[in-house]
Design a protein around this ligand. Structure first.
Ligand SMILES: [Zn+2]
Length: 234
């Protein structure tokens, strides 16, 4: 333990961790991107008065689709989300989750809707095979950050499961994505979802194929209402 702390201390002096966006030194409670950059460097997707930041028709039962930032292909945000997904940088997930949570608190439609209701945050589940390979669910860490600032609870683990291992959807057309994801989710503990307002949490909203499929599954078993909140939208 002492040795670990010592080597960490020496490494910190030799190679101080810097913010990947601005290059300034990170504080000990910052991960990968400094708080200053998280507050100011990415483009907000929010559009006042609209129920979808992507400006699309939402399926029945989905009341709101909210993304915090617009995706910047090849930019810093893509790099941050990549680090979260593939390099075990779960701390950055919580950081951006807190930013997402703050933006939800500023969203009047969101706040009006959750008032006085039983609400649960639902990170999009990973297939067990993928979970074992990656070791963690990145959406869970985003939800953790959201929970911290909104005081909303994350739904109990395994209430909803991913029963189909879909692989990557990148490069697929909407139709192909829909077909690929059809039947991917199963609500295993329906009473935990019934009449509950579920806020689905994910990293990126692209065509909505994944979150809409999950929504339709929730709807089938009598979920109260659905909102979708993601860090980015492409
Ligand atoms: Zn920075």
């Amino acid at each position: 333990m002492l040795f670990k702390r010592l080597t960490e201390g020496i490494l910190e002096i030799l190679f101080p961790k810097v913010c990947t966006v601005c290059g300034l030194r990170l504080a000990t409670n910052e991960n990968f991107v400094c708080n200053n950059c998280l507050e100011s460097k990415f483009e907000e997707a929010y559009q006042p008065g609209k129920r979808s930041t992507r400006d699309i028709m939402l399926p029945e039962g989905v009341y709101l689709q909210h993304a915090l930032w617009n995706f910047d292909k090849g930019g810093y945000l893509q790099e941050v989300l990549h680090q979260l997904k593939y390099n075990r940088l779960t701390g950055v997930g919580e950081d951006i989750g807190r930013q997402l949570g703050k933006s939800m608190l500023r969203h009047p439609e969101f706040m009006n809707r959750v008032k006085g209701r039983k609400v649960r945050l639902l990170p999009v589940p990973l297939h067990p095979k993928k979970y074992r390979m990656r070791g963690y669910n990145q959406a869970f860490y985003i939800a953790k950050g959201v929970a911290e600032v909104t005081n909303l609870h994350i739904i109990d683990k395994n209430t909803v499961q991913r029963i189909k291992n879909t692989g990557t959807q990148t490069g697929y057309s909407l139709e192909k994505r829909r077909k690929n994801i059809d039947g991917a989710f199963k609500v295993t503990v329906p009473e935990k979802v019934k009449d509950v307002l579920c806020v689905i949490i994910d990293d990126v909203f692209t065509t909505g194929a994944t979150t809409f499929e999950l929504s339709s599954e929730l709807k089938k078993i009598g979920c109260g209402e659905i909102m979708i909140a993601t860090v980015a939208q492409a």
